[in-house]
Ligand binder design. Structure first.
Ligand code: TPP
Ligand code: MG
Length: 188
């Protein structure tokens, strides 16, 4: 399955109350077009979805925070996962869409094809890690996504996906507008 198809499946299992942080490039564009708006769509700021998701989860413990990240973004901000594991925010759910590429910038290879995500994330101290292939698990992926966001505690889901062939239109909002719209709906 392609990353956008996984995000569409995620849309089917959201309650609408979740806060979603998406990584820059295609993932944020897909989140913008395929999920309820507004969310925190990162633009330009590569590597930051996990630390920003961590901050949100700690600040708003009553909210479920979902981080949707490409593999390149996840790897760039990898050290923050150790902090996540140490702090164990119960309301944080991290979904890694791993196409083994920096697809947004032309499909250069990341180092993901050489990595064992399960062992890596476990070794960092996250107990609830699931690593799946979207093609093998196509029939049950919606259930796995649902479990990831609804099961109690810190959860990490690593999904191998196929490269997206359609690039969706860019987000029409400036980053400042994204922040303002996101904060406004938080009602704090
Ligand atoms: C520090 C930095 N380096 C490079 C870029 C350019 N850039 C934007 S998106 C992207 C690829 C992101 O890869 P990934 O998170 O795997 O998402 P994908 O494009 O594969 O969906 C890159 C290299 C950037 N925005 N910031
Ligand atoms: Mg990628």
């Amino acid at each position: 399955m392609k990353g956008a198809e996984v995000i569409s499946k995620l849309n089917n299992v959201l309650s609408g109350e979740e806060l979603i942080v998406s990584s820059n490039g295609n993932v944020s564009r897909q989140a913008f077009h395929l999920l309820p708006q507004p969310q925190l769509y990162l633009r330009g700021s590569m590597g930051l979805p996990v630390p920003i998701g961590l901050g949100l989860a700690l600040a708003l413990p009553g909210k479920t925070v979902i981080v949707l990240t490409g593999d390149g973004n996840f790897l760039m901000g990898l050290s923050s996962l150790a902090t996540v594991a140490y702090l164990q925010p119960l309301n944080l759910k991290i979904i890694i869409l791993d196409n083994e590429l920096y697809s947004t910038t032309g499909g250069q290879e990341t180092v993901s094809s050489n990595m064992g995500y399960l062992e890596l994330v476990l070794g960092m101290g996250v107990q609830n890690i699931n690593s799946i292939d979207s093609i093998e698990k196509e029939d049950v992926i919606e259930k796995i996504l649902s479990d990831t966001i609804k099961d109690p505690g810190l959860q990490v889901l690593h999904i191998k996906v196929e490269e997206d062939t359609i690039s969706l239109e860019n987000i029409p909002w400036h980053p400042v507008e994204i922040k303002e719209r996101f904060l406004k709906q938080l009602d704090i």
